[in-house]
Design a protein around this ligand. Structure first.
Ligand SMILES: C[C@@](CO)(OP(=O)(O)O)[C@H](O)COP(=O)(O)OP(=O)(O)OC[C@H]1O[C@@H](n2ccc(N)nc2=O)[C@H](O)[C@@H]1O
Ligand SMILES: Nc1ncnc2c1ncn2[C@@H]1O[C@H](COP(=O)(O)OP(=O)(O)O)[C@@H](O)[C@H]1O
Length: 271
C-alpha cells in the first residue's frame, strides 16, 4: 500500500498596492482603505490526517517562529475545529519562506491557508472559515480569498476589485529588519490625508512611521526606483517589505540579479 499523499496549500504573499489610514477606531485599531493583491508564491502548508493536531516548521525563516499554540497556524486550526465541531486532528508542516513581521501578511496568509486546507481535509462548511477569519487578524479575511480586493474598516470589510495587475511580474525586497505592525500604526501621525481612489495615484500612509523605525526602507525604495523597468514602487502594509511591478520578466530578473545580497527578495507574479 502506498503512503497517503499530503494535501498542500500555498499561503500567497500579500501586498497592499495602496494603503490609506483614515482614522483611529474605538477598538484601538485603525480604519483603512486599501487595495490587496496577491503573489503566486508564498509559504507552503502541507497536512496529513492524524489523531491530534501538530505543527512542524521548516524553511529559511523557521527559526524566527514558535511552533506552539500561539502560532497562527495552530490558532486557525484550533478555532476551525471548535467552530465546525470537528473531532479529527492533522499533522501540519509549514514551509516558512516569507520573512516574519514584514508587511506581506505571512502569519495572516498562513492562518488563511490553514483554514482553506482544513476546510477541504475535514470536509466542513466553508462558512465556518469565513466566520472565524476576522478574529484571527485584520488581514485574514483578505488572505482567505487571496484575490485582489478593496479593504475598508479595519481592512476586513472586503469587495473584490480588478486593479489591473494580474499576471504582472513583481519583485518584493525586504532589508531583513522585522517590523511590528502595532508599533508602525502607533507611529502614525493621526492626519487623515484623504480617501483612496485609483490605487496608482494613492500612497501608503504607513511608510512614514515605518521609515522612522527602519530607515533602511528608504534605501530599498531608492534602489527599486532606479531599476530599469520598475514601476508602481511602494512599501507594503506596515513594512518593511517594498515592491515594484515590472512590464516584463526580463527587466524584473535583471533587478533580481542586481539585488544586494544582504536583502531578502522574492521574484513572483501577481495573481
Ligand atoms: C497593516 C496591514 C495592511 O494590510 O498589514 P501587515 O503590515 O500586517 O502585513 C494590516 O492592516 C494588518 O493586519 P494584521 O497583521 O492582520 O493585524 P492584526 O493582527 O489584526 O493587528 C495587529 C496590530 O496592528 C494594529 N492594527 C491592525 C489593523 C488595523 N486596521 N489597525 C491597526 O491599528 C493594531 O495595533 C493591532 O493590535
Ligand atoms: N505562522 C506565522 N507566520 C508569521 N508570523 C506569525 C505566525 N504565527 C504567529 N506569528 C506572529 O505574528 C506576527 C506578525 O507576523 P506577520 O504576519 O509575518 O507580519 P506582517 O503581517 O507584518 O507580514 C509576528 O510577530 C509573529 O511572531
Amino acid at each position: 500500500m502506498s503512503e497517503p499523499v499530503p494535501a498542500v496549500e500555498i499561503a500567497p504573499a500579500k501586498i497592499n498596492l495602496a494603503l490609506h489610514v483614515r482614522g483611529r477606531r474605538p477598538d484601538g485599531r485603525h480604519d483603512l482603505e486599501t487595495i490587496f493583491a496577491f503573489c503566486t508564491d508564498g509559504d507552503r502548508l502541507t497536512g496529513e490526517l492524524a489523531d491530534d493536531l501538530s505543527l512542524t516548521i521548516t524553511g529559511p525563516f523557521a527559526a524566527m517562529l514558535d511552533d506552539g499554540p500561539a502560532n497562527l497556524v495552530h490558532r486557525a486550526a484550533t478555532a476551525l475545529a471548535a467552530e465546525a465541531r470537528v473531532g479529527k486532528g492533522v499533522r501540519l508542516t509549514l514551509d516558512k519562506r516569507l520573512p516574519v513581521a514584514s508587511g506581506i501578511g505571512g502569519g495572516s496568509a498562513d492562518a488563511a491557508a490553514t483554514l482553506r486546507l482544513l476546510t477541504a481535509m475535514w470536509n466542513v462548511d466553508p462558512d465556518h472559515a469565513t466566520r472565524i477569519a476576522p478574529a484571527l487578524g485584520s488581514d485574514v479575511p483578505a488572505c482567505l480569498l487571496s484575490m485582489s480586493a478593496r479593504g475598508e474598516a479595519a481592512g476586513d470589510r472586503l469587495a473584490l476589485v480588478d486593479p489591473g495587475v494580474a499576471g504582472e511580474p513583481v519583485l518584493l525586497v525586504n532589508p531583513r529588519r522585522p517590523l511590528s505592525t502595532a508599533a508602525v500604526f502607533a507611529g502614525w501621525d493621526g492626519v487623515d490625508r484623504g480617501p483612496l481612489g485609483e490605487w496608482r495615484e494613492g500612497r501608503n500612509d504607513l511608510e512614514a512611521p515605518a521609515r522612522t523605525l527602519v530607515p533602511a526602507i528608504g534605501d530599498v525604495l531608492n534602489w527599486l526606483t532606479v531599476q530599469p523597468g520598475a514601476k508602481s514602487i511602494r512599501m507594503s502594509g506596515s513594512g518593511a517589505t517594498c515592491f515594484a511591478l515590472f512590464a516584463d520578466e526580463a527587466t524584473r530578473d535583471a533587478a533580481v540579479a542586481a539585488c544586494p545580497a544582504d536583502w531578502w527578495h522574492l521574484a513572483s507574479f501577481l495573481r
